[in-house]
Design a protein around this ligand. Structure first.
Ligand SMILES: [Zn+2]
Length: 181
């Protein structure tokens, strides 16, 4: 691994990300950067509207727009209500959320699954002057893999005893959003 002096290219203030962080915010000029083995790049983060209140802390999520197509869904029973709900959920393209901060997989599945099912309105606002953005640790390529675990968990949690599931996912390149929390 190459050691790169982490200095904000915009204002020269030292940046202090931890080694697993893929995002960092300059404390002085508030520029957000993406970090990887190639170094620093400005990172475009969409801040989501909170409604009325001013959020203090923001959480990073990868948000993909896309279509999930279930090609095989075998269950052990439980009637066909779950099958209908599954069909309805994936009928239309939707926003697919993957929490990007450090979390155990089961929490990623829970939080991502809820947002994918609820589809809350998502409206971009300008980057606030003052904000705390929790660092992202999941890169976009990993988020794509994580998304499959989230979809699997949504289907496995239906009460009809999932036995086998096959699906395809078609998504855009995704964008990092900051959601208030
Ligand atoms: Zn700076």
């Amino acid at each position: 691994m190459k050691l790169i002096p982490l200095i904000c290219p915009q204002c020269n203030r030292p940046l202090q990300p931890e080694s697993d962080h893929i995002s960092t915010v300059c404390e002085q000029c508030r520029q957000i950067y993406h970090l990887d083995q190639h170094g620093l790049k400005p990172l475009v983060v969409q801040f989501a509207s909170t409604g009325q209140t001013q959020a203090k802390a923001w959480w990073p999520y990868w948000v993909f727009q896309g279509t999930v197509t279930i090609t095989k869904r075998e269950t052990q029973g439980g009637g066909n209500k779950s099958a209908q709900e599954s069909e309805q959920l994936w009928r239309e393209p939707r926003r697919l959320y993957v929490p990007a901060w450090e979390l155990p997989l089961n929490r990623i599945q829970e939080i991502g699954g809820q947002l994918i099912q609820q589809q809350p309105s998502l409206q971009a606002i300008e980057q606030p002057d003052h904000f705390t953005l929790h660092p992202a640790v999941i890169a976009t390529a990993d988020a794509r893999k994580m998304l499959e675990f989230i979809i699997l968990a949504i289907e496995a949690r239906r009460p009809d005893y999932l036995k086998d599931l096959a699906f395809t996912v078609q998504i855009n390149e995704g964008q990092l959003w900051a959601l208030p929390g």
